[in-house]
Unconditional design. Structure first.
Lengths: 478, 481
């Protein structure tokens, strides 16, 4: 990247909003995924207009752009795979408008997920998507990856909560899409943009729906002797038409590791637990909890505990939400997968994951959104060992391949990024890629936005834009 | 048949080599859209055959419009070219249904009623109770983008459409999304098909999330002297812990039509515990439920007995606090007569006038009160009877109902234009659903003047899907600038 561009960026944004010395860039060459990719410069705009001017400059200098929120993504979406300019949205962190009556908020992309909920909870409202990283991840990142979370089982993922977006296209043009009310007008461009992983446009404003906090919540912890019993329970809850707000599973080994760290009160000798939450009217919650209790017992639950108060409930969720961190304590590296399967296939898939772990010699933990079939197998490995890293990737690919074989998909909420782009051919044909590519080019014709993501290298922007990076530098746990 | 018709049909036949695709009994007139009659009608038996027809059309620069049950075919502008009507009704299988997954994959030509009949056997359903319910195909309902009263609880199609297979403008059979309830793998292209009026692709298959049938549904009906009171009560319900299945306000005009008319199609058995018959929704609306001078708040709710009691208690309290004149709780025997009418409101409105104009105005819910005040005044100044259905989500259906067919097309189009500018001043969006062709012709420039900065992007998306403008030209925006 030329010094001229750096000078122009500094002139535009001020020197404190441009990083370009190698030691300053170190922090920006990784995200939550195992890979790395260093930008040539990082800029910190404060307004849509600045983003637009940055895009124009980048186009003029023919430099690719990668958007970045908090860098918590797990699929490499925020990695500068081809170097270039990284736009960090950290300073665009203002909540621009809150409309309590109509349950809408307009936010800049750098607003932290949980901060939005904190800003509106006085009115009994909250922002429903709740990824485990919600204390640090940004809404812009949630939009790019179509983030989920435990409670998306009942309330839907990010795309179900976004009604309008302000975009900056690669040529610097500013475009508004969608509407505050949210009904589709002509084409649902918002529906296309959410989950497009920063490959179509830079998002500089997000209009979201706010949800009303439920009157009552009951959190159940069902304890099982075997993983099979727990997964049969999940399938049965779904089949009986009970829709909990959340339905999470932790296997016994993972549970013990988490308990060791968090002390959430998880039993140390069980095969698996389900953390199930029901929400709504007090009367409805009581009857749903009773039905769930019954299903758990039909499937040999040893015990079903109901959290007695908010404190107990919080503790159970702390255990769940910090479980990746707990595993990170006992392994040099952890690799979190995100496959999704038809919910009735849960028992057989968990057995298959176990087999794959045995075959490759890895311990694979399972902490995941059981209710919607979104698995998070966690491979524990030593990233300093290149052979182990390769083996971990192979085991992971086998798991993902199995998910697809039984009618599932590559990713439920983490996105494709660089991590799974080469596996996309498992799902999509050449004709599918051709159309996706034409849609990509309608927004991003020069491949200047987040090149090397989603598409396999041979189907997307080609390899020209992708800098041949040295062997991956794994080592970062999630 | 004209010579052109003959030649296109003959060329198509020789290209496809499967005469079964071109049934002799079909009258192209019955595929007309706003007076535009196709030169040929093709009824492919498979997605592959449909793709072949598209490839032929793209090569020959012919225009193709996919059709289903024709109930919503007149939504949108008159097509500028219309060579081939692609009748998708022969594609009507359930491709995949695993009740334990609560997902279903269906061919586009299947009627929603048939899909729901299959799902109901497993006590599940698809909450797409759209107007013209019993005839509507699933592909047509998605392409029309029309909503259903149940959106208050289940959202719109974009919330439960999981994936799709479709034919793009190059004739390639492509897919997006999948059959799982959570998925971030590639672009959500299927979302673009919702409301696309056949301009992007030919939908061949759709994957949905299904839902358990609600337990013992009940209805609630309260009448108010003013729209302000009815909408305020509705807002209080929306702010309460209650989450009704439906939550709509209707105006006195709608009440008069509901009292006089019965929908020609039955309420689906979904909310009737299975015992429901076609005759039920044809019941006259008993007594004064829809009083012709009142604004009605209509809600449906479901659950275990304790939940039902709670709804009845709180809905009644809120309605009384806001000055409800009458309150009715509807059970299985009385509810269908109201809910059949609410679902079929648009067809009933259309039947009630020889030259009905029906629009949808989307504004934030809190702005509906003022929007309705203005609508009432402009309609009354133009001496045009009005009927309204205002959903809690912010979708407002507006029917302008002249009493004679000789009604003044100019006056109707003027009023429609006013509603379009009203939508802009309310930071909302208006769309014209149904109107007599003479009115649509006068409105061509209004309909085509998409006032937002995203029009250029929309056009680029259209070109990406359909590079040769083969599909439904001019129906959403003009062929060229």
């Amino acid at each position: 990247m030329t010094q001229n561009l750096i000078r122009e960026l500094e002139h535009l944004l001020g020197p404190s909003a441009v990083l370009h010395r190698p030691e300053d860039l170190l922090l920006y060459d990784y995200d939550g995924s195992p890979e790395k990719g260093r930008p040539d410069a990082v800029v910190f705009p404060s307004t849509t207009e600045e983003v637009s001017r940055i895009a124009k400059l980048a186009a003029q200098y023919n430099v690719p752009i990668v958007g970045r929120g908090a860098g918590t993504g797990l699929s490499g979406g925020a990695l500068a795979r081809s170097g270039g300019l990284m736009i960090a949205f950290t300073r665009m962190n203002r909540i621009l408008d809150v409309d309590i009556e109509n349950q809408r908020a307009v936010v800049q992309p750098g607003v932290v997920n949980l901060d939005l909920t904190r800003a509106v909870e006085h009115a009994g409202l909250y922002f429903a998507p709740d990824p485990s990283s919600q204390k640090s991840c940004t809404i812009g990142g949630n939009v790019a990856e179509n983030a989920g979370g435990p409670h998306t089982l009942a309330y839907g993922v990010t795309t179900n909560h976004v009604t309008a977006l302000k975009l900056v296209l690669p040529d610097g043009q500013i475009v508004s899409i969608g509407s505050t009310q949210g009904d589709i007008s002509v084409y649902d461009l918002c529906g296309l943009l959410v989950g497009s992983e920063g490959t179509l446009a830079l998002i500089t404003e997000v209009t979201v729906k706010l949800s009303r906090k439920p009157e009552a919540i009951k959190t159940l912890l069902a304890i099982f002797e075997t993983i099979d019993d727990a997964s049969e329970t999940v399938s049965d809850i779904t089949a009986r038409g009970i829709t909990p707000a959340a339905c999470e599973m932790l296997d016994g080994w993972t549970l013990r590791t988490v308990e060791d760290y968090i002390h959430a009160g998880f039993p140390l000798d069980s095969g698996a637990v389900l953390l199930i939450e029901v929400e709504g009217l007090t009367e409805a919650v009581t009857s749903q909890a009773a039905s769930i209790d019954e299903v758990c017992r039909v499937h040999h639950a040893r015990e079903v505990r109901i959290a007695r108060d908010d404190k107990e409930r919080e503790l159970l969720w702390t255990g769940r939400k910090n479980s990746f961190g707990a595993l990170g304590r006992i392994a040099a590296g952890i690799y979190v997968l995100d496959g999704v399967i038809p919910r009735s296939k849960l028992p057989q898939t968990l057995r298959r994951i176990q087999e794959i772990g045995d075959q490759y010699g890895f311990r694979i933990g399972n902490i995941f959104h059981a209710g919607d079939g979104n698995l998070h197998p966690i491979v524990l490995y030593d990233p300093r060992d290149a052979e182990q890293f390769e083996r971990a990737l192979k085991a992971s690919a086998d798991i993902i391949r199995y998910c697809v074989e039984i009618g599932g998909s590559l990713s439920g909420e983490h996105g494709i990024g660089t991590e799974k782009s080469e596996l996309m051919s498992l799902l999509f044909s050449d004709a599918d890629f051709a159309l996706m590519r034409r849609v990509h080019d309608a927004f991003n014709p020069q491949c200047s936005l987040n090149p090397g993501k989603i598409f396999p290298l041979t189907k997307g922007c080609g390899e020209t834009r992708i800098r041949q990076h040295a062997a991956a530098h794994p080592g970062h746990g999630a | 048949m004209t010579a052109t018709t003959h030649s296109i049909a003959a060329r198509l036949e020789s290209f496809i080599g499967s005469p079964s695709n071109f049934p002799d009994s079909v009258d192209p007139e019955s595929y007309a859209i706003e007076g535009a009659v196709p030169s040929a009608v093709a009824k492919p038996a498979s997605a592959a055959e449909a793709a072949e027809i598209v490839r032929f059309a793209a090569k020959e620069k012919l225009a193709v419009i996919p059709t289903g049950a024709h109930t919503k075919l007149s939504i949108g502008a008159r097509p500028s070219r219309y060579d081939i009507a692609l009748d998708m009704c022969a594609l009507r299988q359930i491709a995949h249904y695993d009740p334990a997954d609560l997902t279903v994959s269906v061919d586009a030509g299947m009627t929603i009623a048939a899909v729901n009949a299959a799902l109901l056997e497993h006590n599940q359903f698809l909450p797409l109770l759209v107007p013209y319910y019993s005839q509507s195909t699933i592909g047509g309902a998605i392409a029309s983008g029309i909503d259903s009263p149940l959106r208050n609880a289940y959202g719109t199609a974009r919330d439960f459409l999981l994936g799709a297979e479709f034919i793009d403008g190059t004739g390639a059979l492509v897919k997006s999304g999948g059959r799982v309830v959570k998925n971030v793998s590639g672009y959500d292209l299927h979302k673009l098909l919702i409301g696309s009026l056949g301009t992007l692709a030919i939908i061949t298959r759709l994957n949905f999330r299904t839902f358990p049938v609600p337990l013992t549904p009940r209805g609630f009906l309260a009448s108010f002297p003013t729209h302000e009171a009815a909408l305020l009560a509705r807002q209080k319900i929306a702010e309460s812990p209650l989450t009704p299945l439906t939550l709509d306000v209707t105006d006195p005009g709608a009440a008069r039509i509901f009292a006089e008319r019965t929908p020609s199609t039955a309420e689906p058995g979904i909310f009737s515990g299975g015992s429901h018959t076609a005759a039920d929704s044809a019941l006259p609306v008993p007594g004064t439920w829809f009083h012709p001078n009142d604004w009605q708040l209509c809600a449906a709710f479901a659950g275990v007995p304790e939940v039902l009691d709670r709804y009845v208690r709180e809905l009644t309290r809120i309605a009384e606090q806001h000055g409800a004149a009458t309150i009715f709780i509807l059970d299985d025997t009385t509810r269908p007569s109201i809910w059949g009418r609410l679902r079929e409101a648009l067809p009933l409105f259309r039947e009630s006038s020889p030259a009905a104009v029906i629009l949808q105005l989307n504004v934030l819910p809190s702005r509906q009160t003022q929007a309705i005040t203005i609508l009432k005044s402009v309609a009354s100044a133009a001496l045009l009877p009005l009927a309204l259905v205002a959903r809690a989500s912010g979708a407002l259906y507006i029917a302008l109902l002249p009493e004679s067919a000789q009604g003044d097309a100019a006056a109707l189009s003027l009023l429609t234009q006013e509603i379009f500018s009203l939508s802009r001043s309310f930071d909302g969006r208006a769309s014209l659903l149904f109107a007599p062709p003479a009115v649509k012709d006068l409105l061509q420039s209004t309909l085509n003047s998409h006032p937002h900065s995203d029009l250029a992007l929309m056009r680029r998306v259209k070109s990406a899907f359909d590079p040769k403008n083969t599909f439904a030209p001019n129906r959403l925006f003009p062929d060229s600038l």
